[in-house]
Design a protein around this ligand. Structure first.
Ligand SMILES: [Mn+2]
Length: 389
């Protein structure tokens, strides 16, 4: 039995205001291609199919078309809802689609309703857990404590009990695969996931998935393996600059009768590379070493002590896909490390010095000589006036 583990498609997502629909279409082509090339029996999408609860019409069309193509290519599709999806909207028509080989799992009741994949010598049960929001499902699962771990534990107990009952009835070896949209403790987050809870309250121990043959997790956008058979495929495309160094993949999971799950990563290089560049505007515009970044989505950190004029416009002349610009001036004055309050205290005896320090602080640069002269004379005039009262 060959599965293709994916998650976090986030269809409809934009990248710093730039549409990703063309790139997402390409990502969908890759999934269809993988099914054809590798004889995939079932494609798993472990939550966050859409980027938002109300996806745009083009985006719904893309998903609709992709489902049809996957089924036509010979795969079943197993979809669970993530924290970005509207479970009700994503689950629409689920009962009717079931017979076509598209299995939508978006409700709590679905926890104990596996997709049963049969082949010679074994039965593979895929339990696709929808994203379980503790405040919404805790009561129904009979969990009194708050938090993600007790809820997941209770859900997995139900899965375990159901799998054991089915194994008894099946009369042949039964394998279990669990899909879940969770944050496994120790996992590494990117900047494009929406937190499931404040702080670290969303973390669940990966060991909860140990009793199963394979756990196909979603939510974290970087591919990673908290345990050898507990994995994140990550998103098929990078959705933040923090993912610049990640490799995007789909995971082929082979469950041969009597053997442990075997996982192979299919590389899905981003359609356009990401580059994070830092330096003065002059350097960025002229350094020949940055040639590769000219075709990339770029994030710039400008280090000029003074903010240059129209920096984005000038950068776009060389880097047409420049998306993000930050300015972190490298200070020339040695007292940058000293806190503002400490500098005021130090300079208190000289009001002209305090005033100059304030202007430097708010403008993030030192006064030029003419400005310095003007400011000093104004402060002195004010002092004279004050003394004359
Ligand atoms: Mn996600």
């Amino acid at each position: 039995m060959r599965l293709l583990h994916t998650s976090d498609w986030h269809l409809g997502r934009t990248f710093h205001g730039s549409s990703l629909l063309a790139e997402q279409e390409l990502a969908m082509d890759r999934v269809v291609q993988a099914v054809k090339e590798h004889g995939v029996d079932a494609v798993l999408i472990a939550g966050d199919v859409y980027d938002r609860a109300l996806p745009a019409v083009d985006v719904v069309r893309l998903f609709d078309r992709t489902l049809a193509r996957l089924v036509e290519a010979g795969a079943q599709v197993i979809v669970s809802s993530g924290n970005h999806d509207s479970a009700v909207r994503l689950g629409f028509g689920g009962a009717l689609m079931e017979s076509a080989g598209v299995h939508l799992r978006t409700r709590l009741e679905d926890v104990e309703r596996p997709v049963v994949l049969r082949e010679e010598g074994q039965e593979v049960l895929v339990y696709a857990l929808p994203y379980l929001e503790p405040r919404l499902v805790g009561g129904a699962l009979g969990v009194e404590e708050g938090g993600h771990t007790p809820v997941l534990r209770a859900a997995l107990e139900r899965v375990g009990a159901d799998a054991a009952a089915r194994a008894e009835r099946a009369g042949l070896p039964v394998r279990t695969v669990v899909m879940a949209h969770v944050f496994a403790a120790g996992g590494e987050a990117s900047e494009s996931e929406r937190p499931l809870a404040v702080g670290e309250l969303d973390r669940v121990p990966a060991t909860l998935f140990e009793p199963f043959d394979y756990a196909a997790l979603g939510h974290l956008h970087g591919a990673q393996a908290p345990l050898p058979h507990v994995r994140y495929s990550g998103s098929p495309l990078p959705y933040s600059f923090s993912e610049a160094s990640q490799s995007k993949v789909g995971l082929l999971v082979d469950l041969a009768a009597g053997a442990p799950a075997e996982v192979t990563a299919l590389p899905w290089p981003p359609p356009r590379p990401l580059a994070r560049l830092r330096g003065t505007l002059e350097f960025l515009l002229t350094d020949p070493g940055l040639e590769d970044a000219e075709a990339a989505w770029c994030q710039f950190t400008l280090t000029d002590p003074e903010r240059p004029e129209r920096p984005m416009e000038r950068l776009r002349a060389r880097f047409p896909h420049a998306l993000v610009l930050r300015w972190e001036p490298e200070r020339e004055r040695g007292d940058a490390a000293l806190g503002y309050r400490d500098r005021v205290r130090r300079d208190a005896a000289d009001p002209a010095l305090v005033a100059r320090g304030f202007v430097d602080h708010v403008r993030q640069r030192a006064l030029n000589p003419e400005e310095d002269e003007l400011l000093t004379s104004l402060v002195h005039a004010a002092q004279l006036e004050e003394n004359a009262k």
